[in-house]
Design a protein around this ligand. Structure first.
Ligand code: C2E
Ligand code: CA
Ligand code: CA
Length: 751
């Protein structure tokens, strides 16, 4: 029952209904006592003639009165009331103390009137049941039909067995009586079907109706059987059934629709329990030898019920298969049929033990699609998958994690071999492809997560490989960067690394190469500055800072690295004729009195000018000793070198930092970038910070702008300066020079 319309009539009517119901109850009681008691406890008043008639009239009145004009079920109930009245009349005819000669004809006439009375009852109940039956999904209707048919089959079979071997009366009376009971059974089947569809509500009219229906069908059936066997005694126990039916029917008409969700205790299992029980009963009908006049009807209904059960099973199996497919598909990339990110995350730890995860990011597919169409783009993807599969063994898996991201799960491959394999894969993917007459090429880079410990969770492997991949991308692409994640390099590896670092600085430190990432002004596309990010070229690899900065610090080489980066980047830019400032990262430890000397030295040796240099420091550098920090920064600025506060928003300090320290600008950490358009709170915070900074006359640079959508969103928020992959990746000086001239061309400005 979905709607909980309050069908309660105004209280006066309601009270009248209650009075009627009480009177009815008393009448039924009196009638039952009169009929059932061996001695006459109540005054002689022919219960069959007057008792039942009075009950019918009171019941019909109560039923007809229920509800007010707005009640949608009122019409249905009025039909029921009419039927009850006609049934009362039928009884009057039946029990009329006529002369014995005419009695038989009168009986047949009474039965006929009774069947006529059934018509409005069936019509009324039918419309009520229909109004109360919510069909919410496509299994509910078949379920309802299944239980209805089963009830019909079982009841008809019972009736048929009861009538077996009985001598039947005249054809007319037989037809009329049989029909009456069959209609009863249909009504019960309908009610059961409605109950099934409504998930077996515990309260409301339907359970009472079921009671009334069962009482009616039971009484009519018993009466029919008794008549056929010549054992019917007027005024006997059977006769109590009809008044009780009337009482139950009246109670049903007075009861409120059950509120949604109220169910029988079997509620949750009901949708399955009832069909199952009933199908078992139907099976019994088919097994027990069928006898009696209605055996064909019972058998046909039983066969139909079984057919419906089969259909229902078919639907259930199809639903299950559909679900299985959906589930499977959710773990497969629909384009390539490869397992996807979800499949990777669903892997068990034991399946991953000893496995290495390699993630490959492909760059350029989008470009191909934009230029040559979707079909060509997809052909490129297919070709890439084929190339990825070339060298794999049976135990290895290829996955597609995203549009342009693939992964390999390699089992028990030594670390050295993994690096070679990944490099070979990148090389192979970058080979030109011949598709639809075009020679196309894409670029790739890879991140590797090596097996860590006995419990490699897929999340952790994925996170580590993604980190490695980012590092590879940040170093310009095409390069494999192995990350050992939390486990970290072994002490032996660290020792080797430290030795290599010392060696590199002992020589001319040329292995530490600045890669430059542009900071772009969104308002006119011009370049505000370039951030110099260090890369270590070692053993044919390009390592990102995450892989070695810690070891640099341990090797006490931080000052050397910083001096090297300052000098080299200033010199390279000057050498390339780029009149742009460069930002250099200065670690907290170096923000002390000697920094000014170091910076002046770098500017001097590189033949550059202080205005070309911007120093990036983090808040750690100044909050440890604010006074010293402030004086160091002030010194730098008085020399003409500008200062940016890096990674702003990740630390503990607040906006007062911006007021109390001599700064030229802040860089808002990349972690604020992604939620900027998804999360209004972040947007508010970021805009607030940016607003305060701008008020104080500070530059505000947003880091981590990865995609064109980010750019559009930031532009829409009125953001001016941004840095990120969307504008340009960190690149060595030669690439930077090319990039700058291309950028100037497309932007219509001189570099
Ligand atoms: P940082 O100063 O916050 O530098 C920005 C980092 O974000 C760089 O990583 C850059 O490649 C990366 N990045 C740029 N655009 C995007 C983007 O759109 N998305 C994402 N996810 N990342 C982006 P990188 O080069 O690996 O540097 C990492 C950190 O290492 C730097 O963080 C900086 O703290 C430190 N570092 C880099 N070079 C030097 C250096 O020469 N000296 C010192 N002391 N530290 C350095
Ligand atoms: Ca920085
Ligand atoms: Ca930063």
């Amino acid at each position: 029952m979905t709607a909980t319309v309050d069908v309660r009539a105004p209280s006066r009517v309601r009270r009248a209904e209650q009075v009627l119901l009480t009177v009815l109850g008393l009448l039924v009681l009196r009638y039952s006592v009169a009929v059932l008691s061996p001695v006459h406890l109540v005054p002689p008043l022919d219960p069959n003639v007057w008792g039942f008639t009075a009950i019918s009239v009171v019941a019909a009145t109560a039923i007809a009165m229920r509800g007010d004009r707005t009640d949608p079920t009122r019409r249905g109930w009025r039909f029921v009331a009419l039927g009850v009245l006609v049934l009362g009349a039928a009884n009057l005819v039946y029990a009329w103390p006529a002369n014995p000669a005419a009695d038989n004809e009168l009986d047949v006439a009474a039965d006929f009137i009774a069947v006529l009375g059934m018509l409005p009852v069936v019509h009324g109940l039918g419309s009520l049941v229909w109004a109360w039956t919510p069909i919410r999904d496509r299994t509910e209707l078949p379920d309802a039909i299944l239980v209805g048919l089963s009830v019909f089959a079982v009841a008809t079979s019972l009736l048929s067995h009861g009538l077996d071997g009985a001598s039947r009366g005249s054809l007319a009376s037989m037809a009329v009586n049989d029909l009456g009971v069959l209609v009863d059974i249909v009504v019960v089947a309908l009610i059961v079907a409605a109950l099934q569809a409504a998930d077996w509500p515990r309260r409301g009219p339907l359970p009472w109706l079921l009671g009334a229906g069962l009482a009616m069908a039971g009484t009519d059936g018993a009466y029919l059987v008794a008549i056929a066997h010549g054992s019917y005694v007027p005024g006997g126990a059977i006769d109590v059934g009809w008044p009780v039916t009337g009482l139950l029917l009246t109670i049903a008409s007075q009861s409120q629709a059950a509120p949604t969700g109220s169910t029988w205790p079997i509620a949750q299992r009901a949708p399955l329990v009832m069909p199952t029980v009933l199908v078992a009963a139907v099976a019994a009908v088919l097994v027990i030898p069928d006898v009696g006049p209605m055996r064909w009807l019972a058998r046909t209904a039983a066969v139909l019920a079984v057919a419906f059960a089969a259909l229902r099973m078919h639907i259930a199996v199809r639903q299950a298969l559909g679900l299985a497919t959906e589930l499977r598909e959710a773990r497969l990339d629909p384009r390539t049929g490869l397992p996807n990110r979800r499949a990777l995350l669903a892997l068990q730890e034991r399946e991953l033990r000893g496995s290495t995860l390699v993630i490959l990011a492909i760059d350029g597919v989008e470009d191909v699609t934009a230029r040559h169409g979707v079909a060509t783009g997809e052909a490129v993807v297919t070709a890439i998958v084929a190339r990825l599969r070339m060298d794999l063994r049976g135990a290895d898996t290829v996955l597609r994690l995203g549009e342009d991201e693939f992964a390999l799960v390699l089992r028990d491959v030594p670390a050295q071999a993994v690096a070679h394999l990944a490099e070979a894969l990148v090389e192979r993917i970058e080979q030109p492809l011949e598709i639809a007459g075009h020679s196309l090429s894409v670029s790739a880079c890879a991140g590797i997560a090596e097996p860590a410990g006995n419990h490699p969770s897929p999340e952790r492997l994925l996170a580590e490989a993604s980190m490695a991949l980012r590092a590879a991308q940040a170093s310009g692409g095409g390069i494999v960067r192995a990350f050992t994640g939390q486990v970290g390099p072994t002490s032996e590896e660290r020792l080797r690394m430290r030795r290599a670092i010392r060696g590199a600085f002992h020589a001319d430190a040329e292995a530490f190469v600045p890669y430059y990432q542009p900071i772009v002004d969104l308002t006119d596309g011009s370049i505000l500055a370039l951030e110099a990010l260090v890369r270590w070229h070692v053993d044919g690899h390009v390592l990102a800072p995450a892989a070695f900065l810690q070891e640099i610090a341990r090797a006490d080489a931080m000052p050397a690295l910083t001096m090297h980066m300052l000098t080299r980047s200033l010199r390279e830019l000057r050498g390339a004729g780029l009149d742009l400032p460069v930002t250099v990262n200065v670690p907290p430890d170096l923000v002390d009195a000697s920094l000014a000397t170091m910076v002046q030295g770098a500017v001097r040796t590189s033949g550059s000018q202080p205005r070309h240099l911007i120093v990036e420091v983090t808040e750690d550098a100044i909050i440890a000793d604010p006074q010293r920090g402030a004086s160091v920064l002030a010194g730098l600025r008085s020399d003409g070198v500008r200062v940016l506060l890096d990674d702003f928003g990740t630390g503990w300090s607040g906006l007062s930092l911006l007021r109390d320290f001599p700064l030229d600008g802040i860089k808002l950490d990349a972690s604020f970038a992604a939620p900027m358009w998804a999360d209004p709170t972040t947007t508010t915070i970021v805009r607030g910070i940016a607003g305060v900074a701008a008020e104080l006359g500070l530059l505000v640079i947003h880091e981590g702008i990865e995609t064109d959508e980010h750019v559009a969103a930031f532009r829409a928020h009125g953001v001016r300066y941004v840095q990120g992959f969307a504008c340009g990746r960190p690149m060595p000086i030669a690439d930077l020079v090319r990039w700058c001239s291309l950028h100037a061309e497309s932007n219509g400005t001189a570099p």
